[in-house]
Structures are given as C-alpha cells and as structure tokens.
Write a protein that binds this ligand. Structure first.
Ligand SMILES: Cc1cc2nc3c(=O)[nH]c(=O)nc-3n(C[C@H](O)[C@H](O)[C@H](O)COP(=O)(O)OP(=O)(O)OC[C@H]3O[C@@H](n4cnc5c(N)ncnc54)[C@H](O)[C@@H]3O)c2cc1C
Length: 567
C-alpha cells in the first residue's frame, strides 16, 4: 500500500495547480492515467479570461463586470458568490502564471494581449496564439517538477474509497506493471476532467471519459447539474475538432448557404459573439431549416476568416489553419471552414462548495470534473481555464488550512476491501463475454449525441433513458479479449465504460426532470426559462436500486437578479 497525506488525481491544470500549492508543506502524491502534459488541458486553444483592461476597448473592465457576464452567461444558474470569487482571482492568477514563465501573446506596448470572446462585455480573453492550454499546462508542469511533486504517470484510478462519510484514497492500476495498488490518503483531490466522450461528436480527447465523475458518484458523492452539457458552435465537420471561439473573437463570420451572416437575425448586437448555447442553437436551426451546405461528412455552416487576411490568420490562428488544411483540405486563408456544433464541456460535475469541499470528509474536487458552480447552465469561453487554475489554487488553500490534514487517518481496511472488489471486477471483465466494450461505448455515445443533444424533448429523453438502462444491463456481459493487466487499454476502457454509463444516466434523468429551457439545456416542449420552479440546482445521488435519485439545492444570488438574457 502506498500512503500520502494528500493524494491528487489528475495531471491537468487543476491537479497540477493544487499540487503546486501544497507540495512545499505536505506529503503530496499526484496520480494520472496519462503523462500530465497529455491531459486535455493541453488542447485548449482560445484563451483564459481576466479583466486586465489591457485592450484599448476594455480600459474600464473590472472583476464585477466579468462576474456579471459570467452570471448572465450561466442563465443565472451559477452560484454568484462562487462566480465573484473566480473573477476576483482572475487577474492575480494570470499574472502569477506570467511570472511563472507562461509566454502569453503581447500587445505592442508589451502588456498581455486580450481578444473578445462570446458573451463578454469587453475583450478580456488573454491568450497565447491558439495554443493557450499548451503554454499554461507546460508552465505548471515545469513548476510541479521543479518543486519535486511526486508524480505517478500512467496510473489508472479504478475506484474511490468512501466509507462512513470519509474518503480513504483510491485503488489504482499501474498500467506499466499491471499491478493493483491501494493508495491511502487522509485527503483526496480529484481534478479528473470532463466526460466529453459520453457523446459521439465531441471536441474532447479520447481520454475524457468522465470516469472520475462516475467513480465519485458510484462511491457515494453526489453530482450537481449534470443535464447541462455544452455544445460548442464551431467544430470541424467529420472529426469535431475544435475551431476555437478565438476565430470569431478575431472577427470570423458565420455564414449560411444564402450567403447570410445569420446571427443578425438571432443576436443582432453580439452577432457571432453571443454565448455558445445560443450560437449552437442558431447554427443547428439553420441546418435543420435547410440553410446549411451539404458535404459527404455532414451538413455544415461556414466559418469565414478570409477577410482577416493571411497574416493575422497565420499569427493568431496558425494551429486552426493547419488543422483545417490537414483534416478537410481547406485553407482558411482562401476558403471558409466547414463547421457544425459538437459536445464540448461539462457544466455539471461532482458537487462541491465554493471551497472545493464535497460533503464527504477528506474529498475535494476542482476543474471540469466538479461543479462549484461558476458556469451554471452555460459556460462562457475562456472561463474554464480560469476555473481550473483558480479552483486548483482555492482547493490547495482549503486543504492546507484543514486542521485535520496531517492527522486524518484513512481506513486501510476499507481500501483493502475495495481492492478485492476491483480485483473481482477486473477478473470478471477479463472472462469471456458477449459484449465488446468499445462497441457498447460507441452505441452509448451515438445514442447520447442523437437523443440528448442541443434540442431535447421528453419523448427522445425517455427513449434515451430506456437505452441507458438497457446498456447498463448489457454491460454485465462485457468481456475483453486479453486478460493481460499491463497497458491493456481495452480493460481500462471497460472499467471506464461502467462509469460512463452512470454519468450518462444522471445526464439523461436530470434532462428529463428539468421541464424548462435554461442555458445549454433546451427543451422544445418547455421552451422558456422558468425561474419560479427551476431556479435551482439538481443533485444526483446513486439510489439503492442503482438509479440516480434527484434532489434540489438553492442557487446563491448575491447582487445580480435573474433577468431575461438578450445579446
Ligand atoms: C479542444 C478544447 C479546447 C479548449 N479550449 C479552451 C479555451 O481556450 N479556454 C477555456 O477556458 N477552456 C477551454 N477548454 C476547456 C478546458 O480546456 C478544460 O475544461 C480544462 O482544461 C480541464 O482541465 P482539468 O484540469 O479539469 O482536466 P484535464 O485537463 O482534462 O485533466 C484530467 C486529468 O485527470 C486524469 N484522469 C482522469 N481520469 C483518471 C483516472 N481514472 N485515473 C487516473 N487519472 C485520471 C487525466 O490523466 C488528466 O491528467 C477547451 C477544451 C477542449 C476539449
């Protein structure tokens, strides 16, 4: 058994920032199923929001205005005290990253460059060309290595131990040796990222299965607001690779087959820079109503950058240009990029408070796997990178100030018992079965993209629920082709599929129950927001029959009274 005072799961921005904040004073171990710099944070393109007021058009920007935009963007479901905290910490966090060596793009006067992003009153998205996640993650990784954080790469966490209201650590599979290892810790922190791959069409890396969210839920920690799934408006047809919001931030147009900048009809002021939920619905409506372009890979809308000129495209969006050339043979300098919406981000996640503490003693979470909630029903572009670093830091503060952090003893017997359970599960998965995990996962994700997408109805959601229950039943017959334990991605994929099914179950049930339209959750049969009945968070706990039991939690309102959103 391995022991640490504090165990961090996740080598993305959240996990690394939490580790960096704790490792000087405590015994910290960081476990990640991939090398930290392969975490999905590396793929972030467009930028990180902070009201630095560097742009000539944003001189009077403030953290309060950033908070207002965040709350309005969230369709008033964000907890406003949490949004205030995030936006207050934004400028210090960006400067801290700058001082730690993060190479941001610059304005001519040497200050950090800022571009406009959707739903923001001012250009406040700080960036490094279109590789912002890359530079942020490498900066934090370097710092973690320099500080000597004990990192266990390619350690796959199979299960979380919660007993008697306390978290005792995790059971990991060392992918290189195939050994099952209990890791005991008085404090466990999850920065395990989102669940994008529960959907077929997603901008997310294949590793983004949401297994951390699923295992926390299966162990007894509640989830919050799972029905809120972000669909990003501009994803390359065929692959769903993200074409950053920075394309529109730099001035890109969205055009239908009539040659019309159709956002004029839906959001005449913000145009292409309305929030993502709105722009995605508009694109999908254009496609549904026959104003898209046909292509063997699917119907699409054009993202036109040509008027920006070759130099600007090459300087600010060179990665986007290359991806478009490589994957669809389109050079954005000469031709519009063919795009359509795809799943992008999980607003919901493990329920934690503004300090990143869950209701389970010794269990904390931050970043995309968690729901604080700062994004409510719809996250603004550039606010997730901010969330990861701010709440990684907040968690390190909360954990560091916990008087029990050095003395809380994990129950090692509970952990050994869990190890035996995992052993049985792995043996069962490695015995002959009639279902192949990859095929079942493909069915699940195709079904979720089809029935739990941008526009939802009771009828389709009810079908989705039946399907999830059927898939869960079929999961019992899953078997992998090799019983080998080391580097067996089919085996770890099969474990993750079990958790993905739980995640999908909570998303679908939350979406059925929420009979209103708010942010990313749009019900054709209840197409307006209903604050009287639904200005509340949904909380999903695993019930005794294995289905989610849903309860509700108040939304914290400080100073921004809910209003109709207009852009
Ligand atoms: C293509 C793309 C572009 C984006 N661009 C932007 C942007 O410009 N601005 C913005 O604000 N947001 C952006 N986002 C969103 C943002 O990047 C993510 O929400 C954020 O980086 C998530 O960070 P994280 O630390 O929570 O998780 P991740 O970076 O996803 O890291 C999760 C970590 O958990 C580990 N892990 C997970 N499960 C297990 C397990 N079972 N066992 C062991 N380890 C495990 C993984 O190994 C990984 O290290 C983008 C997202 C995508 C997909």
């Amino acid at each position: 058994m391995i022991k640490h005072d504090i165990l961090i799961v996740g080598g993305g921005l959240t996990g690394l920032r939490a580790a960096v904040g704790l490792c000087d004073r405590f015994d910290v171990g960081l476990v990640s199923k991939v090398y930290p710099t392969r975490s999905h944070s590396i793929a972030a393109q467009g930028g990180i929001n902070a009201p630095l007021a560097n742009n000539p058009d944003s001189r009077d920007d403030t953290w309060e205005k950033h908070t207002f935009d965040t709350v309005k963007g969230s369709d008033y479901l964000a907890d406003q005290d949490a949004a205030e905290l995030m936006c207050r910490e934004a400028a210090p966090i960006v400067y801290e990253m700058e001082h730690w060596g993060c190479p941001f793009s610059r304005f001519a006067d040497g200050t950090i460059a800022q571009r406009p992003f959707g739903g923001a009153g001012y250009p406040r998205t700080c960036y490094s060309a279109d590789i912002t996640g890359h530079v942020l993650l490498n900066t934090l990784y370097e710092r973690a290595v320099a500080k000597g954080v004990k990192i266990y790469p390619e350690w796959f966490v199979t299960a979380l131990s919660i007993e008697a209201g306390q978290c005792h650590g995790v059971v990991v599979l060392d992918m290189r040796t195939g050994e099952l290892i209990p890791v005991a810790a008085g404090t466990t922190f999850f920065g395990t990222g989102g669940y994008g791959r529960v959907f077929q069409h997603s901008t997310n890396a294949l590793i983004n299965t949401g297994s951390g969210i699923g295992m926390a839920y299966a162990a007894g920690a509640p989830l919050k607001d799972m029905e809120f799934v972000q669909f990003h408006p501009t994803c390359l047809i065929g692959t769903s690779i993200l074409m950053t919001e920075g394309c529109r931030g730099e001035g890109g147009y969205l055009v239908n087959n009539q040659g019309e900048r159709f956002m004029q009809r839906y959001a005449p002021t913000a145009m292409e820079l309305a929030p993502r939920d709105i722009v995605s619905r508009c694109i999908q409506t254009e496609i549904n109503e026959g104003r898209g372009f046909e292509h063997p890979l699917g119907t699409y809308i054009q993202l036109d950058l040509r008027h920006l000129g070759a130099q600007k495209i090459q300087e600010r969006l060179c990665g986007i240009r290359q991806i478009s050339i490589d994957f669809v043979g389109v050079d954005p300098v000469d031709e519009p990029i063919p795009i359509r919406p795809a799943q992008h981000y999980s607003m919901g996640g493990i329920d934690v408070d503004i300090r990143c503490a869950s209701e389970v003693r010794g269990f904390y979470t931050g970043g995309e796997c968690s729901c604080v909630s700062v994004h409510g029903a719809n996250r603004l572009g550039g606010n997730s990178l901010l969330d990861t670093i701010v709440f990684g830091k907040v968690a390190s503060r909360t954990i560091g100030e916990d008087p029990e952090v050095r003395t809380r003893r994990p129950d090692e017997r509970a952990l050994l018992k869990l190890k035996e359970e995992v052993e049985r599960t792995l043996r069962k998965l490695a015995s002959p079965g009639s279902e192949r995990p990859a095929l079942l996962q493909a069915e699940l994700s195709a079904m979720m993209s089809e029935k739990v997408g941008i526009f939802r109805t009771r009828e389709e959601l009810t079908q989705a629920l039946q399907k999830v229950i059927e898939f869960k039943e079929r999961y019992r017959s899953v078997g992998v082709t090799s019983a080998a334990r080391h580097m067996n991605y089919e085996l770890t994929g099969a474990v993750e599929l079990g958790y993905m099914l739980e995640v999908a179950h909570t998303i679908v049930l939350g979406a059925i129950l929420r009979e209103e339209s708010r942010g990313s959750h749009f019900r054709l049969d209840f197409n307006t927001r209903n604050d009287a009945d639904w200005l509340k968070h949904t909380i999903a706990r695993m019930g005794s029959d294995g289905s989610p039991a849903i309860s509700f939690k108040e939304v914290t309102i400080t100073r921004y009274e809910p209003k109709e959103r207009k852009y």
